[in-house]
Design a protein. Structure first.
Length: 456
């Protein structure tokens, strides 16, 4: 399947695989069972019949809770095949946060565990098939982003094309399916390519991951740096028949890719966001987070860091606020990502930080990304996060929180070494050890809690 001829609905995709003779190929596997493309088509058809009877239909704002079970994927595909505007929800979300997300999306129906509830009266609808996600919320309340469904699927197909997925690949996805990275770069990319996706029941220890790899023989690991590092140190690269790994969500430390590279397994760095989906892909340790995917337009600084903006044909994302769309793209389709970066001579993007995360120290702009990269390279530092916090004199100070063994932690020694590698204004005033940094379900560091006394 090419990016330009992507079918209109998930049922069209499944029927296309059946007609092409791939109906007996495995499509999805969870902890309980696996299904072929033909079996998945029948399940989605039946769920579409059931959901249609509850009011799910063209343009109806419908939220679907995605779990680690195949039934939830069938509900998601069925709702989209009925032309609904579908919001993907993560399974492990607090009640208040879920209620706020449903309210912002304007959800009329909620599909969870095979049952349909009605959070609000009907009558308000988005008017067209749409795909919506709630951002990971690293700094506060999640944002609900909605975009056109056809463009969303074409974007996932472009990612599958660059990743060179085919019908012989088995993709192991470690992030929760309710996360946009897992469902778009995982499930939708798999369906676009005719591959198979394995969905584990939750976080896996390296031992359990190795056992699962021996059972399902995955060829592609779709994950985040935290898991890539953990599994790499735990011997998972030697299990199964891995061909490549793709990592996204956070900066990829070279040490995390080391064990995989040592086993001869390529690691790819990937960059995307909730507003537009998948944007870049390239070899880890290469030119930043890689080159733009087919169809992706990308702008950033050239001689120094500049705002990163992007666009993709057929996508005009909006932020939903209490059921009303707020456009995010300009007249030419460009969307501000909120990131800062530099485009290299080969077209690769190197991210330098978040525009809203720069720390103003006495008029000097300090990039947390730069400081974190230095600290991660120091002995004894597992991972770290850098934020700005008020100092005793009222100005802003650079604070660093590091994951390190309490027996070997020496804040003064780390500051001295950082001072040899950074200009004085960038050296953290305070370096505090933590057992574990606060993270979202997908593995991203949550910086908000670190900016208050309760978080550090």
């Amino acid at each position: 399947m090419t990016v330009d001829d992507a079918p209109d609905t998930p049922l069209d995709v499944l029927a296309g695989h059946r007609r092409a003779g791939r109906g007996d190929r495995p499509a999805l596997a969870d902890r309980r069972r696996s299904v072929t493309y033909a079996e998945l088509e029948r399940e989605v058809t039946e769920r579409a019949r059931v959901l249609s009877g509850t009011g799910v239909g063209p343009g109806v704002p419908t939220a679907v809770v995605l779990t680690c079970l195949l039934e939830s994927v069938a509900d998601f595909a069925a709702a989209l095949s009925l032309g609904a505007a579908v919001l993907v929800l993560q399974e492990r979300v607090g009640g208040a946060e879920r209620a706020a997300t449903l309210d912002d999306f304007g959800a009329e129906l909620l599909v969870a565990d095979g049952r349909v509830a009605r959070p609000r009266p009907g009558g308000r609808n988005a008017g067209a098939p749409a795909f919506a996600v709630a951002s990971s919320g690293t700094g506060g309340r999640p944002k609900v982003i909605s975009r056109e469904w056809p463009g969303t699927f074409r974007n996932s197909a472009a990612f599958a094309c660059r990743l060179e997925l085919d019908a012989d690949d088995v993709v192991l996805t470690t992030s929760p399916l309710g996360h946009s990275y897992a469902i778009e770069a995982g499930t939708l990319a798999v369906l676009a390519s005719g591959a198979c996706q394995v969905v584990p029941s939750g976080p896996l220890t390296p031992a359990r991951a190795a056992a699962l790899a021996e059972r399902h023989r995955p060829t592609v690991l779709q994950t985040v740096p935290l898991v890539l590092d953990w599994w790499g140190r735990g011997g998972v690269p030697r299990a199964g028949r891995w061909k490549r790994c793709v990592s996204a969500g956070e900066a990829l430390p070279p040490a995390a890719a080391g064990p995989w590279h040592a086993a001869g397994i390529p690691v790819l760095d990937h960059y995307g966001n909730s507003e537009l989906g998948q944007l870049t892909l390239g070899p880890a340790g290469g030119e930043g987070v890689g080159r733009p995917l087919p169809g992706v337009g990308l702008r950033a600084g050239t001689t120094g860091p500049g705002p990163v903006t992007a666009r993709f044909p057929g996508l005009s994302p909006v932020r939903m606020r209490q059921g009303r769309p707020v456009p995010l793209a300009d007249a030419d389709g460009w969307v501000a990502t909120g990131d800062l970066g530099v485009l290299g001579p080969g077209g690769g993007l190197r991210l330098t930080g978040r525009a809203d995360a720069l720390i103003n120290v006495g008029g000097n702009k300090v990039s947390p990304t730069e400081v974190e990269a230095v600290l991660r390279g120091l002995p004894g530092v597992g991972d770290c996060a850098v934020v700005g916090r008020p100092g005793p004199a009222g100005g802003t100070q650079v604070w660093a929180f590091v994951e390190a063994d309490a027996r070997d932690f020496d804040a003064a020694a780390l500051r001295r070494r950082a001072g040899e590698l950074l200009t004085p204004v960038k050296v953290p005033t305070v370096i505090r050890r933590v057992d574990a940094l606060p993270r979202t379900p997908s593995g991203k560091i949550r910086r908000g809690p670190l900016m208050t006394d309760g978080g550090g």
